[in-house]
Design a protein around this ligand. Sequence first.
Ligand code: CA
Length: 367
Amino acid sequence: MAKTKQSTHISTGDPGGVLLRRGGEERFQGDPGDDEPVPSKVSIPKVPANSLENVALTGTAYQSSVAYLGYAPRAIDGNRDPEYSHGSCTHTNPAWRQWWRLLLPVVYRITSISITNRNALSERLNNVELLIGNSLENNGNNNPRCTVISSIPSGGTSSFNCTGMVGRVINVYNEAYNALTLCELEVYGEPAAPAASFSAEVMGRKIEVVEKKLCWSDALLYCREYYWDLLSIRSVDEQSEVEAVLQNATFLTKSFSIPTKHVWLGLRRYLRGSTWFWMSGTSMSYVKWEYQYIWQVSSPCGGMDTSDQFYWRSLPCWNHFHFICLKGWSPVSTVCVNFSCRRQNLWSKANRNNICSRALQPGDKLK
Ligand code: CA
């Protein structure tokens, strides 16, 4: 489906200078993107994006290759130093189709991205693409394009207006043969998730307890769209920490003066059997069920009590509860396909016995 985006290029080396607007630019997966934008002069907005926090510092950086110790995280070390010998710039091998990628912990509504160029060989960033999206297909290089960078001054920082674009994967991609070097890349934006939530950390994993109440299927889709997945719990220690988090999430007990008794987890049962699994692909090495139900006649959706013993229970899938999302990418071998209470009929016809067979590959989409 087509999406219309606008992108602008602001030369911050000259605060009163020229802004090139590249409107109506589009790129689709598998589309080589042959529609070159038409520049035109417009005025510069007085406040770019500096009032927002640089969220790139919270992400993880990767790149296609490494040369001269120019590792990918150097572009998100919070240091714009453009002198390569000072150790704050990245460097790939000289080759075709080199890329640098930032994976953010959650999906952001991007306002702008600033890139600092090296003070030598600055022409290497001429005509590279700045891409934003949620797909890891082709190492993230198939995502929609914010802009094609015409040039960035030697040792300077340029800001690219990507307002309206949403994603957690940000790529700098050079189709041509060259080494790719970035001295810093900053991302300004706000989390895209629309509902209020409560952030916490559980055994090193970042989670979000979402205030919105949804049915199990839509809770899963919500987590996969804005974070990573519905939460899985792998050990008694994680269970204990989640219990502590729930005790501190005041909206669970105070909303509508009726205590909320359950939250959704990523627990799902195969429709034709008694086997439960985590939608995130995590193995079920730890469980905390209260009773041994006759699973075949219970609901196939699972959640947790929010008080007392915090037992796990099968609960009617259509009940609307708060839910817990896991943030950030989790390295597992298998991830389970989406359900939706709106789409489940279509889904079950096509995949009746094939819930959990899709292995997570580097080319998989994040949602
Ligand atoms: Ca740097």
